[in-house]
Design a protein around this ligand. Structure first.
Ligand SMILES: [Zn+2]
Length: 129
């Protein structure tokens, strides 16, 4: 059985994305350059900090804007697959906040060639029959 400390360490493993309710209204969305208002959901992709080499910091986006960015990326670029796995702070979000992002993911998968989750759903579906 894993101790609490071990579980903590596993959660600290680097995830490619982060999500939270904005603590301040100072961060600007990397896509539209507009400020992300305090208490709005913001979602970030970790990028190398220009000022501090080797350190990663989240490039914050509005939820909609991040999915716009995803839509323009090549299919091979890292996107959110399983939010619980890929997004830091996911477990701290309220169910409503999670739903906002999950709805976006589902919508995104429909419009883009991003068949991974759809495929998984099909597998689940075929199992349930
Ligand atoms: Zn934006």
């Amino acid at each position: 059985m894993a101790s609490d400390a071990e579980e903590d360490r596993q959660q600290e493993e680097e995830k490619p994305f982060a999500v939270e309710r904005a603590k301040t209204g100072r961060a600007k969305c990397k896509k539209c350059k507009c400020p992300i208002e305090k208490d709005q959901i913001r979602i970030g992709k970790f990028v190398t900090n220009f000022f501090s080499e080797g350190k990663l910091m989240p490039a914050w986006h509005h939820v909609t804007c991040l999915f716009d960015v995803f839509a323009k990326q090549r299919a091979t670029t890292k996107k959110i697959d399983d939010p619980a796995e890929d997004v830091k702070g996911w477990d701290q979000l309220s169910d409503d906040d999670r739903k906002v992002i999950l709805d976006k993911l589902v919508e995104f998968e429909k419009t883009c060639n991003y068949p991974k989750l759809i495929l998984r759903k099909r597998l689940i579906f075929s199992k349930s029959r």
